[in-house]
Design a protein around this ligand. Structure first.
Ligand code: FEO
Length: 162
């Protein structure tokens, strides 16, 4: 049975993962309207992954005897300044999510909730991968420069490592 404090922080994470999914969907849509097919596909796939993250938290809360809550989600920005900016914003967002996963670990440890602590370690690893993946994209963008966005757009889906 989840303690109330743990249930609350897990439900807050449901809302954050749901927002991440909507944010990446908005980024995918913007990229598509700009003609960046590869970048938009990357963000569409990312939006699906965030939805999967949200569902993992959602199901875990109910499995552990809590009550998973469907959150109200803020509207993400519609437009972005450019390709670099969109990935910088994605990295900042992932760093924020990492900090919030770390808080769940801290609380689980403080509350001696070993089951939650053990379960949430999957996300600790996932966040390292997600931050690295976006950082690699930013590094590649820097190497290619603004004039080679076409090549970048063509190759980005190969960088998903799937
Ligand atoms: Fe669900 Fe990208 O963190």
């Amino acid at each position: 049975m989840l303690k109330k404090k743990i249930e609350t922080i897990l439900n807050e994470q449901v809302a954050k993962e749901a927002y991440a999914s909507q944010l990446y969907l908005a980024m995918a849509s913007w990229a598509e309207t700009q003609g960046y097919e590869g970048i938009s596909n990357w963000f569409y796939a990312q939006a699906e992954e965030e939805r999967m993250h949200m569902m993992k938290f959602f199901r875990f809360i109910n499995e552990r005897g809590g009550h998973a809550i469907v959150p109200k989600i803020d509207m993400p920005p519609k437009t972005y300044k450019g390709v670099n900016e969109i990935f910088k914003a994605a990295l900042e967002h992932e760093q924020m999510v990492t900090a919030s996963i770390d808080k769940i670990v801290d609380l689980a440890v403080a509350e001696k909730d070993h089951a939650t602590n053990n379960w949430v370690q999957w996300f600790v690893t996932e966040q390292v991968e997600e931050e690295t993946s976006v950082q690699n994209i930013l590094d590649k963008l820097r190497l290619l420069g603004d004039k080679n966005i076409y090549l970048f757009d063509r190759d980005i889906m190969n960088m998903r490592g799937e």
